[in-house]
Structure formats: structure tokens, C-alpha cells
Design a protein around this ligand. Sequence first.
Ligand SMILES: C[S@@+](CC[C@H](N)C(=O)[O-])C[C@H]1O[C@@H](n2cnc3c(N)ncnc32)[C@H](O)[C@@H]1O
Length: 221
Amino acid sequence: MDIFIERRETRPAMGLRSATDLFSEWADNGRDEGMEKGHTASVDIMLERLLEGREKPFTALDIGCGNGWVVRRLSGHPLCTHASGVDGAPSMIAKAKEVDPDGDYVEAMLPDWTPEEPVDLIHTMECLYYLSEPLPFLKTLHDTWMKPGGRLVIGVDHYVENPSSHDWGPSLNVHMALLSIEEWTEGLQKAGFTDIVSTQVGAKEGWSGTLVLTAHRPFDE
Ligand SMILES: C[S@@+](CC[C@H](N)C(=O)[O-])C[C@H]1O[C@@H](n2cnc3c(N)ncnc32)[C@H](O)[C@@H]1O
């Protein structure tokens, strides 16, 4: 029972390193580029699902945007009127701005920051589980960050059904909330999202794939 409680603990423990310090160091060492390559196959599918059937112009936001590569993919879409990214790692944002000086990249810590305007589309790859309380943050996204009729796509590699990811938090000494597919799905439901679909993409031997969750904020609530 003790072991179970320890494994399912989602609150950060004392003495852990902040994820944004770690990833700022990764950007300084060029490791953001390897991460971009490693995430591309899953993000291709996430963007496809986010943009599927889109016919009207849209605004978009990437949460935990790292060096900004997904923001640049979104802003390259012909219907995108504005794309922005937020990340708390100073060197990630510095890199994003260096590559794309005209881009909209914000250095800010979540969940404390709020965008000036709600957006139509939200993308977030491998970021939300670094927050102390990822599930309540979903309600903030629904209520404040997203316009009615908006769409959200979340990608996570660290989740209960992907056992090979379980030791990442302890090995990097960084807080990572370990949630199950059911917990993410219920969290989205409780936040008010509808049409929630979860799939695991890119699964192979010893790897359960990226958990990709899509959801809508309904027009009428
Ligand atoms: C695993 S990286 C993924 C980066 C990017 N989404 C990608 O796929 O290349 C996680 C990112 O989330 C950011 N992050 C983690 N916790 C954060 C927080 N509390 N506030 C803002 N950014 C955070 C980190 O700085 C890091 O750049």
C-alpha cells in the first residue's frame, strides 16, 4: 500500500529541481533540438487532429513551447491569424526569439500566467505533467484560455500505462505528475471539455506510445 501511494503521488516533493531550470539548461546545451526530433512524429499527429476540418481562421497557443518549433508550424498554416507560445525556461524562449524574432514567445511560469486573449486552438506536448496540479489547470484552460468552440490537444509520454516512463521524475530529480489515461480523461470532463478522445500513438515494444488527448470547449454551456 505504501508503495502504491508513493508511486501515485502527484505533488512535488521537497528538494526537487524545477523543470524550467532543467530545460533552460537543455536549451543551453542544444538538447532542445533532439527533443524536437524525438517529439515530431507524435506532434505531426497532434497537429493533424487539432486542425482537422478547420475551415475558419484561427488563433493558437502552444503551452510549454520549448524553442518554439510548434508555434512556427502553427503560424505557417494558411488559416492561422496569430500563434504564440509560452514557456518558463529562459533559454528556451531566448532560442525561440533568436530563430524567429517576429514570433510571439512569452517567458512565464505556469499556472500563474494568463494570455491576454483566449484562443481557438491550444496545443501542448510533454508539458502539463510538470505542473504541481495539472488537472485543475485544465479548467483554467477551458474557462479562461480558450474561446467557446475551441479545440485542445495534449500529448504526454509520462503516464501510468507507459511503465518505461515511470522513473523519469526520480532520475531527473524533477516533479512529474503520474496520471492514468482515465485520470486525464476525467480531468478534461470535469473541466467542462467534451468530445474527449484518447489514443496512444507510436507504440512499440517497451514503449506504450504518446498519449494524445483531444477535446472541445462547447459553444453552448
Ligand atoms: C519536455 S519539454 C517540451 C518542449 C516542447 N513542447 C517540445 O515538444 O519540444 C517541457 C517544456 O515545458 C516547460 N515547462 C515545464 N514546467 C513549466 C511551468 N511550470 N511553466 C512554464 N513552462 C514549463 C519547460 O521549460 C520545457 O520547455
